[in-house]
Structures are given as structure tokens and as C-alpha cells.
Design a protein around this ligand. Sequence first.
Ligand SMILES: [Zn+2]
Length: 81
Amino acid sequence: MTLSHHPSESLLAAYAAGVLGEGASLIVAAHLTLCPHCRGAVDQMEALGGALLEEMAPLALAEGALDAVLARLDTPPPPSP
Ligand SMILES: [Zn+2]
């Protein structure tokens, strides 16, 4: 199968950053399965994002952050629509 249309770089970047909605992510993921060109671009974007995160100085958590996260683990999930 030859693909003639590709997602824009901004859409691929949003996918790599994990900020796309479920529907758009599904469409991009399906495209990446068939398109090594875009898959390579997303791989580079993810590597760049990872490198940037590794170079960031760590920040201290807010007081009580761990307790707040642990308390959320015991909260039942919202009901499915
Ligand atoms: Zn593509």
C-alpha cells in the first residue's frame, strides 16, 4: 500500500507528546503502522522529548503530593458512560 497523504508535523508532534485526543491518536497510530517515514519522524520527536526531559533540573514536589496521589489510588473510577 502506498500512502499519498501524511499527517502534518504538528499533528505528529502532538501525537509524540501524548496530547492528542483518543480519536486523533487512533488515526495517527494506524497511519504510523503503515508509514515508515512518519514513524521515523515520531521516533525522532520522542527521542528529542526524552533528551529534553533528561536535561531538565528536577523540581521538588509540593508538600503532601505523595499522600494526595496515594489517596487517589483508593478512589473508585468514575462509572462508564
Ligand atoms: Zn506518513
